[in-house]
Design a protein around this ligand. Structure first.
Ligand SMILES: [Zn+2]
Length: 582
C-alpha cells in the first residue's frame, strides 16, 4: 500500500492524498493551493499522477482548498465517480463554477496586460463550463454507510462537524489477507457551532478486528490547522455580537460585515435571527450582498436533515434558522448598487471575508468615512488584505484607487472559526487514535504542526509522521518506508520562478491562507516571461516597498514599538546580504 501527500502537507491548502492499494487507486480530496504566488503555482502544470488511472475520488467537504482542482482533474482525463455527501455536492455546484469564473476573470485581466506587452496569452486552470461539466461525476454517499469502490476497498463518511456536509473518511483496504484501516480526518469541526452537529469523531476507526480477533493495521491522517492555538471569545460570541450591534445601532450608521459566502454568512444569519427572536438586538434591515452567499444560503436552507436537535425543533415549528422577514437577498449588480444609497440603520453582509475582493469593497468605500458606521470582522485577516489594514488600525485606505478616510468603528471578533482548536484536536485524537499504529499529521503551517506533534508525543507517546509535500509512504507489514521527493517541491518552484517563497506560506497563521479560498481565484503562469518586463516590475516593486516601509515606520512610531522596527530592519538587511551573495 502506498499513500502520497500531494497537497496540504507543510501547508493548509491544496488537500490531496493518493492511496494505492492492491488493485485500487483513489484520491482523497483534490483541493486548490492558495496564499503566495509560489503556492498558487502548484495549481498549474501536470498532476503528479495520471488522472486517467484513478478509480475514484472521495471528497471530505466543499471548501475550495479541498475541492477546487476537481474540474481540472476531469479536464485532464479523470472519468470515475467523485463520492461526496449530498450537501457537499450541492455546495460544489455553486462554488466550483464561481471559482471557474474568478479564474476566467483574472486571466482576462492578465491577458489584457500581456497583449499590451507582447507576452503570450495564458489560459485559466479551468472555466465555468469545465466546473459545470464536473458536476455530473459526483455520486452521493451518506454518513455512516459503507460504500464499495472495488472488491478490495470501501469507505464510509462520518460527520466531521466542520461545515454543512463535511466528513471524516474511513477507508478499509484489503491487501494480502489483511484489512488496513486508514482514517482521514478532513477538516475537524469545532464544538458548539450553530445548526450543524458537533464532530462525531471516529471512535471505532481503529478498533476493527479481523476474523482471528486480531486488529489489523490502522493509520490516522489528521489535520492540525489550529494545532498551536486555542479559540478565544468562543463562549461569548453571541453576547459580544449583540453588544456591538446595539452600540452600532445607537450610533445610527450602517453595520458592514465582511464574511465568506459559504458557512460564515449562514452562521451570521443564524446568530442574527436568534438574537432578534430573543429581542437582544433591534429589528433592522439585513442585506446579504453576494450572489454566491445567496445561492449557498438557499442550499443550507433545503439541506437540513443533518442539522442539530435544536435547529430541527425550530424547523418543526415552521421556522427557518436563516430566514427573517427583514432579510433581503441582493443578487444582481443593480441590487448591490442600490445599497449604496442607504445611509444608516442597516446590516450589510458581503464577501469577501477579508475585504480584498468582491462587493464588500464598495460597501466599505461608502461607509468607512462615516463616523456613525461600524465594520465588524468575524474571521482572520491575512497580511496584505484590506481587512488586515483596517483591523490593524489604518486611518486611511485605498479602495478602487480612491483614498478613503477610516472614521467608522472597526471591530474584530475571534471565535467564529469552523476548525477545532488545539484542545479539541487533542480530544478528537484521544477518542480516535488510542489504537492507531501510525499517526500522520497534515494540513497545518509549520508552527502549528510542530507544536501539535510535540504535544502528541508528550500525551500519547506516539511519534507522528509529518510528511513533506510530494512525499509518499510505502506501507508493508506494519513498517513504513518514507519516499521523499528528490528536491522539495516549493524549493523547485522557487528556483524556477527566480525568487524565494515569502514567509507567508511558512509561518503565517494558517487559517488566513485557508480562508482566502472561496473568494479568491488564481491567475496564470507568468514567471517564464518575467525577464521581459523585469525593469518595470522592479520599479513597481521598489515603489511598493518604499510605501510599505513608510507605513511600517509610521505605525511603529505611533506605537513606540522600536524593538519590532529594529528587528524588521535587521531581517531585511540579512535577506539583502544573502541575496547579494547569490
Ligand atoms: Zn474546510
Amino acid at each position: 500500500m502506498k499513500l502520497c501527500f500531494y497537497g496540504a502537507s507543510q501547508t493548509v491548502t491544496g488537500s490531496c492524498y493518493l492511496l494505492e492499494s492492491a488493485d485500487t487507486r483513489i484520491l482523497i480530496d483534490c483541493g486548490m493551493f492558495q496564499g503566495s504566488r509560489i503556492m498558487k503555482e502548484l495549481n498549474y502544470g501536470a498532476f503528479p499522477f495520471d488522472p486517467n488511472l484513478l478509480d475514484a475520488v472521495i471528497l471530505t467537504h466543499a471548501h475550495i482548498d479541498h475541492s477546487g482542482l476537481i474540474p481540472k482533474l476531469i479536464k485532464k482525463g479523470f472519468s470515475g465517480p467523485i463520492y461526496a455527501t449530498t450537501e457537499t455536492i450541492e455546495l460544489c455546484s455553486v462554488m466550483l463554477p464561481d471559482s471557474g469564473h474568478i479564474q476566467e476573470m483574472e486571466v482576462t485581466r492578465k491577458n489584457r496586460k500581456h497583449s499590451r506587452t507582447d507576452v503570450p496569452l495564458i489560459e485559466p486552470i479551468y472555466t465555468v463550463e469545465d466546473a459545470v461539466n464536473a458536476q455530473k461525476h459526483f455520486v452521493e454517499a451518506a454518513y455512516n454507510q459503507k460504500t464499495a469502490i472495488s472488491q478490495s476497498l470501501s469507505f464510509q463518511f462520518v460527520d466531521a462537524g466542520h461545515i454543512l456536509g463535511s466528513a471524516h473518511v474511513i477507508v478499509s483496504a484489503k491487501e494480502n489477507n489483511t484489512t488496513k484501516t486508514i482514517a482521514f480526518s478532513g477538516d475537524i469541526g469545532t464544538s458548539g457551532q450553530p445548526y450543524i452537529e458537533d464532530p462525531e469523531g471516529i471512535k471505532e476507526a481503529c478498533m476493527l478486528k479481523n476474523p482471528d480477533g486480531i486488529r489489523d493495521a490502522c493509520m490516522i491522517v489528521m489535520e492540525t490547522t489550529y494545532g498551536n492555538r486555542i479559540h478565544p471569545d468562543k463562549t461569548n460570541r453571541m453576547e459580544n455580537l449583540a453588544r456591538v450591534i446595539n452600540n452600532a445601532h445607537q450610533k445610527g450608521g450602517n453595520i458592514i460585515i465582511p464574511a465568506f459566502a459559504i458557512n460564515r454568512t449562514q452562521d451570521l444569519l443564524y446568530y442574527l435571527r436568534k438574537l432578534q427572536d430573543d429581542k437582544k438586538i433591534p429589528v433592522m434591515p439585513i442585506y446579504i450582498d453576494s450572489p454566491l452567499a445567496v445561492a449557498a444560503t438557499r442550499i443550507f436552507g433545503r439541506n437540513t436533515r443533518n442539522f442539530d436537535q435544536e435547529t430541527k425543533q425550530l424547523l418543526e415549528a415552521g421556522q427557518s434558522p436563516f430566514a427573517m422577514p427583514n432579510l433581503h437577498l441582493s443578487e444582481t449588480a443593480e441590487d448591490s448598487i442600490r445599497l449604496n444609497a442607504i445611509q444608516g440603520g442597516a446590516i450589510i453582509i458581503s464577501a469577501s471575508g477579508m475585504a480584498d475582493a468582491g462587493r464588500i469593497k464598495h460597501h466599505l468605500k461608502h461607509n468607512l468615512w462615516r463616523y456613525d458606521a461600524t465594520v465588524i470582522f468575524v474571521g482572520y485577516q491575512a497580511q496584505g488584505t484590506l481587512g488586515r489594514f483596517l483591523t490593524d488600525g489604518a486611518k486611511e485606505v485605498t479602495i478602487h484607487g480612491e483614498k478613503v478616510a477610516v472614521n467608522a468603528e472597526i471591530v474584530a471578533f475571534q471565535g467564529f472559526s469552523a476548525h477545532a482548536d488545539q484542545n479539541e484536536l487533542l480530544a478528537w485524537l484521544k477518542a480516535a487514535g488510542g489504537n492507531a499504529d501510525h499517526l500522520i499529521l497534515v494540513h497545518g503551517e509549520d508552527d502549528a504542526i510542530q507544536a501539535f506533534s510535540s504535544l502528541v508525543q508528550q500525551k500519547f507517546g506516539i511519534a507522528p509522521i509529518i510528511p513533506e509535500l510530494g512525499e509518499c509512504l510505502e506501507i508493508a507489514d506494519g513498517e513504513i518506508k518514507r519516499l521523499k521527493p528528490s528536491k522539495p517541491w516549493l524549493k523547485e518552484i522557487e528556483d524556477r520562478m527566480g525568487y524565494p517563497a515569502p514567509q507567508e506560506w511558512q509561518s503565517h497563521p494558517s487559517k488566513s491562507v485557508k480562508q482566502r479560498s472561496s473568494e479568491e481565484g488564481s491567475g496564470g503562469r507568468t514567471f517564464k516571461r518575467r525577464r521581459k518586463v523585469l525593469l518595470s516590475e522592479a520599479n513597481r516593486a521598489y515603489t511598493k516597498l518604499r510605501k510599505d516601509l513608510k507605513l511600517f515606520i509610521d505605525r511603529s512610531n505611533e506605537r513606540k514599538d522600536y524593538e519590532n522596527l529594529i528587528d524588521t530592519f535587521e531581517s531585511i538587511s540579512d535577506l539583502l546580504k544573502t541575496r547579494m551573495k547569490r
